[in-house]
Every structure is written in structure tokens, then in C-alpha cells.
Design a protein around this ligand. Structure first.
Ligand code: NAD
Length: 244
């Protein structure tokens, strides 16, 4: 019996559960945990797939899933991920910013590429020597909780700080910071009322060339801060891990 645990039944959790329902990911049972029980119940009711709701994190561990997907928040990840690792269970972490503050054995911790890609090329370039990575993220002010009426740079700095200042919006910066550490990633965040999409432009200078990666993602209808690509990257990672 191979059960998948899911912490967080919001935008990403719902897309992931639907992929399990459609057998894109093959497992036997889905276990849902959300602090907001109504969300867990709504999701379970939308599925025909064998699904169990648990009312506590401890109950989730007791059911011994082969893997748990965290799709809740940085605070949730900081609380639960160390305990999942201590229980010897694999975990996919969406709220990657949390990992910047945790000193964990990462053997069982898996970070999807999230709302971006090209991590494979960046890690390859790192093998050759130093890399310089810069990220410019542009979102509609609604997705950044600002009221700007004109395009405005609302943050310039470094990825770790960006992920702390924007814990729900800038996990992409955290993911890049984890990949290139100890090197730093230069980050610019722009609130632009003229855009609907969440756009991440990544430039990489490395020993033997340059890369320009750009992702223009439609915002998720239930959560404008989140892009569908983030959910699908977790689904792909889950699919791969369950094949092992
Ligand atoms: N890595 C990436 O590229 C990337 C991209 C987008 C979103 N994210 C992150 O993924 C996470 C989920 O995103 P989302 O859009 O699905 O969010 P969401 O707000 O739509 O859903 C989160 C769900 O988690 C639940 N939750 C919150 N804290 C909890 C806790 N302590 N225990 C149990 N349940 C809890 C909420 O009730 C909610 O139902 C967020 O942290 C978000 O910042 C990462």
C-alpha cells in the first residue's frame, strides 16, 4: 500500500490531488491534512480516488505515507519538515524558503523546480566553477499585495532576504539560493499593474557562456501568487520518486 501525504489543500495541493485522481501519479491512497478542515473536506469530496483526511500532523505520520508533499506555507514547512525527515519519510517541499533557515540532512528532502526551470543547466555550470545568477520577478501588484498604479521596483537585494520578506511570493528566489549556495543570487521584484502574469527572468553568467531563462506563468485562479507550473513541477517530481 503506497500512500501519499499532502499537507495543504490550497491551489497547489488541489492541482496535485487532481493529478493523482487522473492517475498521472500512481499511488494507492491520498492522505490530506490542512489546518482548515473545510478545505480538506472540499478536496476529498471532489475526488473519487481513495482519500483519507487526518485532523493532525501526528495522525498523518502514523499512517506512514511513502512520501509527503508540503504545499502549505514556510511556517508549516519549518515545523513539519524536520519531523518528517526524522520519521524517515521522503518529503517534497514547495515552501522552499523554509529550507534556508533549517539545518537538515537533505537526503530525504526534495525541492521541485517550482515556478521556474533550468536548474539542471545551472547546477551543471556550477560544476565548472563560479556562476553569477540574477533573478527579476514581475507580478501584478495584487499578487504582491501592493497598490502600485505604475510599474515599480519594490525590492532589490539578495535571494535569501527576498524569500524572507516575501514568504508566499518569492519561493523561486529561495530555490535559486539553495541551488547556488554559498554564492548569492541578485534579486529584483517589480510590481507592474500592466501585467497579469508572474514572470521570472533569470540571467546566468558562467565560465563558458551565459544563459537567459524566462518563465511567464499564468496566475492560479484561486491564488494569484501561485503559478500552475509550480504544482506541475511537484507532480513530475512525485511521479519520478514513486517510480524508484
Ligand atoms: N517553489 C515554488 O516555486 C512555489 C511556487 C508557488 C507557491 N509556492 C509555495 O507553496 C506553498 C503552497 O502554495 P499554494 O498556492 O497552494 O497556497 P494556498 O494558500 O493556496 O494553500 C495553502 C494551504 O495550506 C494550508 N495551511 C497553511 N498552513 C498550514 C499548516 N501549518 N498546516 C496545515 N495546513 C496549512 C492552508 O489552510 C491552505 O489550504 C506556499 O508556501 C507557496 O508560497 C512555492
Amino acid at each position: 500500500m503506497r500512500a501519499v501525504g499532502l499537507i495543504g489543500c490550497g491551489a497547489i495541493g488541489t492541482v496535485l490531488a487532481e493529478a493523482i485522481e487522473r492517475r498521472i501519479v500512481v499511488c494507492d491512497e491520498l492522505i490530506l491534512f490542512d489546518l482548515d478542515k473545510v478545505k480538506a473536506e472540499r478536496l476529498k469530496n471532489s475526488l473519487a480516488f481513495p482519500t483519507t483526511i487526518v485532523s493532525s500532523f501526528e495522525d498523518l505520520l502514523k499512517l506512514n505515507p511513502v512520501i509527503i508533499v508540503e504545499a502549505a506555507s514556510q511556517d508549516a514547512a519549518k515545523t513539519y519538515v524536520p519531523r518528517i525527515v526524522a520519521a524517515g519519510i521522503n518529503v517534497i517541499v514547495m515552501s522552499s524558503g523554509a529550507l534556508l533557515d533549517l539545518n537538515l540532512d537533505l537526503t530525504k528532502v526534495h525541492v521541485p523546480s517550482g515556478a521556474i526551470g533550468g536548474i539542471d543547466s545551472i547546477t551543471s555550470a556550477l560544476l565548472a566553477g563560479e556562476v553569477e545568477v540574477a533573478l527579476t520577478t514581475t507580478k501584478n501588484p495584487k499578487a504582491l499585495e501592493t497598490q502600485d498604479k505604475k510599474p515599480k521596483v519594490i525590492y532589490e537585494g539578495e535571494a535569501r532576504e527576498a524569500a524572507r520578506l516575501f514568504p508566499r511570493e518569492m519561493n523561486v528566489a529561495a530555490t535559486l539560493a539553495l541551488v547556488v549556495k554559498p554564492a548569492k543570487v541578485k534579486v529584483t521584484v517589480i510590481a507592474d499593474p500592466n501585467t497579469r502574469r508572474n514572470t521570472h527572468k533569470i540571467t546566468v553568467k558562467w565560465q563558458f557562456g551565459e544563459m537567459l531563462l524566462q518563465f511567464a506563468n499564468d496566475p492560479h485562479p484561486d491564488n494569484p501568487r501561485t503559478s500552475a507550473l509550480a504544482a506541475w513541477s511537484a507532480i513530475k517530481l512525485l511521479q519520478n520518486l514513486l517510480k524508484q
